[in-house]
Design a protein around this ligand. Structure first.
Ligand code: ZN
Length: 241
C-alpha cells in the first residue's frame, strides 16, 4: 500500500503541479574574457501543470482569464481548439467524476484540485489504491501525448512480410522494427533459433524489393493508361474493377 501511495503521489504531482525551470544567466564586460563574467539572477520560466496545459489546449480562449466576454471569435466551420485535447480532457474529467462517486466525496471547483482531493482520500480507501494508480497513469500518459511529450514510433509504409498488414513500427531507441499486428520483430543480430525474430538486413532487402515491385507496377499502369488514352479507347474504371 505505501509503495502504491508513493507512486500515486508522484503521478498526481506530475499531473497537477506547475514546474519551474531555472536557466543561469551571465553578463560579460567588453573583452568577453571569463574573468569578467558576472552572474545575473537566474531566468525563471513557470510551466503550468499538465492538466492545466491540457485544458488550455481543449478550451483555448476560455482558460486564460484576460479574454473577456466578446473577445472570442469562434470560427464558423471548425471546432475551436484542439479536438484531441478536448476529447482527452473530457475522458479524464468523466473518469475523475466516477472516482469522486466511488469515494463518496464532493468535487472541487477545478479538475486539478479534485484530482488532488482523490489522492488525499486514498488512504481511507486502501482497496482502491491500485485501480486509482492505474487510471491516473492513463491520465498522465494521455496528457503527455497531447502535450507532444510522447511521440509515437514512426511507421514503415510497406506491409509486414509475415502477415501483410501495414502495421510496421520503428523503435528508434532500441533499433527494432515491430509488426503491431502479428508481433514479429526485426533486430540487428537475432539469435539463430529465435522464433518470430528476423534480421534487420533481411527486412531491408524485403523493403527494397517491395518498393521496386510497387514502382514497376505503377509504371506499367501509367504506361497502359497512356496507351489507351492515345488510342482513345480507354474506359478505365469499367475494365480494371
Ligand atoms: Zn505482421
Amino acid at each position: 500500500m505505501s509503495d502504491v501511495l508513493a507512486l500515486l503521489t508522484d503521478v498526481v504531482d506530475a499531473l497537477t503541479q506547475p514546474t519551474q525551470e531555472r536557466t543561469p544567466m551571465h553578463t560579460w564586460s567588453q573583452d568577453r574574457s571569463d574573468r569578467n563574467k558576472k552572474r545575473l539572477p537566474d531566468h525563471v520560466t513557470y510551466v503550468p501543470s499538465l492538466l492545466v496545459q491540457l485544458a488550455a489546449q481543449a478550451f483555448p480562449l476560455t482558460v486564460d482569464g484576460d479574454q473577456g466576454a466578446g473577445a472570442r471569435s469562434v470560427p464558423q466551420s471548425k471546432l475551436p481548439g484542439n479536438a484531441e485535447a478536448l476529447a482527452t480532457y473530457l475522458d479524464i474529467h468523466a473518469s475523475v467524476i466516477r472516482w469522486t462517486r466511488r469515494f463518496e466525496i464532493t468535487r472541487r471547483d477545478t479538475l486539478t484540485s479534485t484530482v488532488r482531493k482523490l489522492l488525499a482520500h486514498t488512504p481511507k480507501c486502501p482497496g482502491y489504491a491500485t485501480d486509482l494508480l492505474s487510471d491516473s497513469m492513463g491520465w498522465l500518459e494521455s496528457c503527455q501525448r497531447v502535450a507532444g511529450l510522447i511521440v509515437p514510433d514512426p511507421t514503415l509504409t510497406v506491409p509486414c512480410p509475415v502477415c501483410h498488414t501495414r502495421a510496421m513500427r520503428v523503435d528508434l531507441d532500441d533499433h527494432v522494427v515491430r509488426c503491431v499486428a502479428c508481433g514479429d520483430r526485426w533486430v540487428q543480430n537475432p539469435e539463430p533459433d529465435a522464433v518470430g525474430v528476423g534480421a534487420l538486413a533481411d527486412l531491408a532487402t524485403y523493403v527494397t524489393r517491395y518498393r521496386t515491385k510497387a514502382e514497376s507496377e505503377a509504371d506499367a499502369v501509367r504506361a497502359e493508361w497512356r496507351r489507351r488514352k492515345a488510342a482513345n479507347t480507354y474506359r478505365w474504371t469499367d475494365e480494371t474493377v
